[in-house]
Design a protein around this ligand. Structure first.
Ligand code: 13P
Length: 395
């Protein structure tokens, strides 16, 4: 069985991130159709082959997440996709959730399904070469939403998924994504992100998941995409890290941000600003659209334009990699950072950083009587544990 810590270290290798190419058959088909490409099984395969065979991809990509269909397909040379990735020095990953389905009794909200039979599927994926997996929970911000019930149901599923992955020697990417959809403020995104992380880490702890053997895939804290509010990369970075600092224990294996539908350039600028601030966990990207949208547009489904798609992907990967290593990072003003933090670019400085946990109870977006009290109690428990680790960490 693969060692989880070794896989996490490889996923979070300096200057590298994770390419999310795991859109479901339906989502990939509609993206192909929007780009003017016939949404056939072979075009989905050809597009993913373009991505994973991009020359020098491993210079900036440590792992690629695939969906079940691609995991079982072959590249033109005859190798299966996971084997082709492994031969290129890239970790194969697999999306194992069955998608976000309407949550009974909570109109407008979903719970991500896929736990039934997951143990067997993970064993099969491990045999096919999977080193890590992904499960995405979807949290919406709207009038009165999210409900505590939706947060808790999704967190519960994430924790059970994480436990099953770790049992199989597969690193779980735990993704509680707060969507950008809507006109909400950055402050609402921040408090909802804290709530989603709180629920998730409380359940992870409750189910005994090994935090050093997983990677969190969070959203950045940004205003809703229909909001008139503007945010600079520096503001996004501070708000995002503040939310993460509030909840994440230090031993969390890594943090790999999703792009969430932000324009590619903005996602990269925000990543650079985040990476320029100190964090006690390794930080990287796990982008989908921000990496592959330009490649799909450049390829257009034409066999003699594979080079154009691969060049576009290489450029996006290089920009993300530069954002991680600080070579394109804007220099943020440290004023306003939580006390005890200082700006670093080099990972070697990170152990000097102290976590500062702030009370969030009054900031949570719950109504009285919503049942959030249970979660707050679990969260307190998580914090007591984090404080203990902090003391150990200081020794
Ligand atoms: P985006 O970066 O396009 O949000 O996709 C990342 C992902 O894997 C969502 O689950």
């Amino acid at each position: 069985m693969m060692d989880l810590n070794r896989s996490v270290a490889e996923m979070m290798a300096r200057g590298k991130g994770i390419l999310a190419a795991d859109e479901s058959v339906a989502t990939m088909s509609s993206r192909l159709a929007n780009a003017g490409v016939a949404p056939t099984e072979d075009n989905r395969r050809a597009y993913r082959e373009l991505l994973v065979t991009t020359p020098e991809l491993s210079a900036g990509v440590s792992g690629v997440i695939l969906c079940d269909e691609t995991f079982r397909q072959r590249v033109s040379g005859g190798a299966t996709f996971p084997r082709a990735l492994a031969e290129a020095g890239i970790l194969p990953g697999i999306k194992v959730d069955a998608g976000a389905k309407p949550l009974a009794g909570r109109p407008g909200e979903t719970v991500t399904e896929g736990l039934d039979g997951l143990r067997g599927r993970l064993a099969e994926y491990a045999g096919l070469g999977a080193r890590f997996a992904k499960w995405r929970a979807v949290i919406v911000i709207a009038d009165g939403l999210p409900s505590w019930q939706a947060l808790r149901a999704n967190a519960h599923a994430l924790a059970r998924y994480a436990g099953l992955c770790q049992e199989a020697g597969i690193v779980p990417i735990v993704e509680p994504e707060v969507l950008m959809d809507g006109a909400h403020s950055m402050e609402q995104c921040a408090s909802t992100t804290v709530a989603a992380l709180m629920a998730t880490f409380a359940e992870l702890q409750e189910f005994g998941a090994r935090l050093d053997g997983m990677v969190l895939k969070p959203n950045m804290v940004v205003p809703g995409k229909d909001s008139a509010e503007l945010s600079t990369p520096d503001e996004v970075a501070r708000a995002t890290l503040k939310a993460l600092y509030t909840i994440l224990p230090e031993q969390t294996g890594g943090v790999a941000f999703l792009s969430g539908g932000q324009p590619p350039g903005r996602a990269v600028a925000n990543l650079a600003a985040i990476r320029a601030l100190p964090a006690p966990w390794p930080v990287t990207f796990s982008f989908g659209r921000a990496l592959v949208d330009p490649a799909l547009a450049a390829w257009r489904g034409e066999p003699d334009r594979i080079w154009a798609g691969q060049r576009a992907l290489s450029q996006q990967v290089a920009a993300c990699s530069a954002a991680l290593t600080g070579s394109c990072a804007p220099a943020p003003d440290p004023v306003g950072l939580p006390s005890g933090l200082r700006r670093v670019v080099d990972a070697a400085d990170v152990p000097a950083v102290k976590l500062r946990l702030v009370p969030v109870r009054e900031k949570l977006p719950f109504r009285k009587g919503s049942g959030a009290g249970n979660g707050v109690r679990a969260w307190r428990h998580t914090h007591a544990e984090a404080a203990r680790q902090r003391r150990d960490y200081g020794r």
